[in-house]
Design a protein. Structure first.
Length: 133
């Protein structure tokens, strides 16, 4: 039976970790991601500053990807990878490096998929951060 009306609108607003496909009822979101430096009190401010600025970095990458600006994609991804490494988020480092690599070969589909993956990881990082709650 096809989904209609309000149910369809609700379904479109809810996206999953499955690369933009709607989440089916009962599917739990992936767990939060915590910094490797979370327990180091001397690094807490650094981690919190990174997490607070993470949304802006992701927005810039999304804008560059949408505009097809591969140079900006590479630069933004490299900058994000450096910050993520310093703040103790290896999963973000890997995702940002994949974006940069896709930007080097100028593959718009690979860049798009990598940016979607990074966006989902960033949401999990924000859920795991004390300062972004």
């Amino acid at each position: 039976r096809p989904v209609r009306g309000r149910a369809r609108a609700r379904e479109r607003r809810t996206f999953s970790r499955a690369k933009g496909r709607p989440i089916r009822p009962g599917v739990k979101p992936l767990p939060p991601i915590y910094s490797d430096l979370d327990e180091d009190l001397s690094q807490r401010d650094l981690v919190e500053r990174f997490v607070v600025g993470l949304a802006e970095h992701v927005d810039e990458l999304q804008d560059a990807e949408a505009a097809g600006d591969f140079a900006q994609v590479q630069a933004g991804a490299a900058d994000l990878a450096t910050g993520a490494k310093t703040a103790g988020y290896p999963a973000l480092v890997e995702a940002a490096e994949r974006i940069a690599a896709a930007g080097v070969v100028r593959d718009p589909e690979a860049v798009r998929k990598s940016v979607v993956e990074l966006t989902e990881l960033a949401q999990r990082v924000r859920r795991g951060s004390r300062g972004a709650a």
